[in-house]
Design a protein around this ligand. Sequence first.
Ligand code: PEP
Length: 258
Amino acid sequence: MRKKIVVGNWKMNLTLQEGITLAESILSSLTGIDDNRQVVIAPPFTHLTAIGSLTKGAAHVHLGAQNCNDNASGAYTGEISAAMVKSTGAEYVIIGHSERREYYKEDDALLARKTSQALDNNLKVIFCCGEPLEVREAETQNDYVEKQIKAGLYHLDGAHLRNIVLAYEPIWAIGTGRTATSAQAQEMHAHIRAVIASQYGKDAANDITILYGGSCKPSNADELFACPDVDGGLIGGASLKAEEFLGIIAAITRAQKQ
Ligand code: PEP
């Protein structure tokens, strides 16, 4: 049975004190998370240790980073290695977010190396994919996303794939208030599962968690999470407000087990 997961990506928001306050309010009101569900909080690097000391005591709540470097260590001023992330107590790292791809020009080859670094350091990877608006308008989104997955993940063997969570995030829906319809999300998630099946087999594809991201909020989470191939959400803006993030977590607790 694959896990249902809600991830809060705080991006470059909140001071350390604000982050602690937010994490405390989320954790103090969290209910209904069972063995088949997880919450991941991904604050900025500077907050990992402090937020990790709060999540450590909470059942089914995990810590994640938003990025790591593709090198093991060395003279890379300002960068953070996967081993450093792991040493904070983090279990997850987000790789290939569209903001990293677009603003920092992270290409497929770099993301494949980052993914390997993360896995080599026993982190689980939340690997993001998703098409820009012009690709969706040209109706070539399936090919676009398939290429991202092949380039970023197909170098991994089946054992490594077990530590990958996929996140489909149509770029036109991120932070725009424009959400993919549940039909659009389901169609792409089913396609992604087929792409995984073609390389790793049906069982692996059936076991992999595929999250949806892009203006997910309490008012649309139930409908999105009801799709058979949508296993939770990667949440940006709505993860910065305890009430909204808890509302999305409540939706994942209502979603049927597969
Ligand atoms: C994201 O950036 O991963 C994201 C889904 O953002 P938002 O929820 O704000 O659209």
